[in-house]
Ligand binder design. Structure first.
Ligand SMILES: Cc1cc2nc3c(=O)[nH]c(=O)nc-3n(C[C@H](O)[C@H](O)[C@H](O)COP(=O)(O)O)c2cc1C
Length: 279
């Protein structure tokens, strides 16, 4: 299938950019981003609302602040969704598709789920009652340089590393790793998933292949997260976007489905979310 951008090249080109040129997007780029937003969809058919925000639009610059984490960007993208089943996963999927599109235009982005002034940005988002507003991203022109704070953050999160296949992908249950050879044509979608960004680079996604299904799980940390901004669910949506775009590009048919019970023996901290069923 012809994609909006080459999947592997774009996935490998994306990284979190925290230092930008001190200017807003050009009209041409804003138009392209807004047109792409208008046509965004996700496999869960859940409406996600995006807004391209002008930092200058706030009367008090500090209201649209990121505690100094992001420098120079004149524009931000905010995403919100009505609360519901798979809402945060759908938001992660659609937002990451937009992030990859921006990357393919040469623009920088950085997922932010923690280090931003949520109430200041929420006011600019015109949220409806019950909307979830977990994340924003700056969007702009990378300077190509990293500040010390940025380098320290990347080092602390081990941002340039990803877990090995044997820690993420399994066959039949969680006791046996799935090798690239065993994954066959699906080695590519799984590898694209493995390279996905996640909050503090936690990589909470786990996949179990069983017959013609790939079951998607979250490896939950023991401490309970705030359900309204559950970033691990957003992480799973992001990773699902990488997997799905790669499968579509290779013409591998299938659909996402939430099974009542995937009947996989799983450790307690593994939470089943949905499955990709080959067709
Ligand atoms: C859902 C989500 C939330 C994130 N929140 C923040 C944040 O609040 N502040 C920040 O500096 N980086 C944040 N990040 C960026 C991650 O630290 C980064 O994606 C990860 O370390 C991998 O690095 P990379 O994006 O350069 O590949 C977030 C990433 C994701 C996916």
């Amino acid at each position: 299938m012809k994609m909006d951008f080459p999947v592997e090249k774009t996935v490998k080109a994306r990284s979190s950019i925290r230092t930008y040129e001190n200017r807003g997007l050009s009209k041409n780029e804003k138009d392209r981003i807004n047109t792409y937003i208008a046509n965004l969809s996700n496999p869960f058919s859940i409406d996600v609302t995006f807004r391209l925000l002008e930092k200058a639009a706030s009367s008090d610059g500090e209201k649209l602040g990121t505690y100094g984490v992001i420098k120079g960007a004149g524009n931000y993208i905010g995403a919100s969704v009505s609360d519901g089943e798979l809402a945060l996963e759908a938001l992660g999927y659609s937002f990451e598709k937009l992030v990859l599109y921006a990357t393919s235009l040469g623009l920088g982005t950085c997922w932010l789920g923690g280090t931003f002034n949520r109430s200041g940005f929420a006011a600019a988002m015109n949220l409806k009652e019950g909307d979830l507003f977990p994340c924003i991203s700056p969007i702009g022109y990378p300077t190509g340089k990293k500040r010390t704070l940025e380098s320290v953050m990347r080092w602390a999160s081990k941002s340039d590393q990803r877990k090995e296949w044997s820690e993420l992908f399994f066959k039949e249950d969680f006791s046996q790793p799935l090798t690239k050879a065993e994954a066959g044509e699906f080695a590519f979608p799984l590898e694209m998933l493995r390279l996905a960004p996640s909050a503090v680079n936690k990589q909470p996604w786990r996949i179990v292949k069983d017959k013609d299904a790939y079951h998607f799980y979250l490896a939950r940390s023991l401490k309970s997260d705030n359900a309204k901004t559950d970033l691990q669910r957003v992480d799973l949506g992001i990773a699902t976007c990488h997997f799905h775009l790669a499968a579509l590009e290779k013409g591998l048919p299938g659909t996402f489905k939430k099974l009542v019970n995937p009947e996989i023996q799983s450790p307690e901290q593994m939470q089943y979310v949905f499955s990709w069923i080959e067709s």
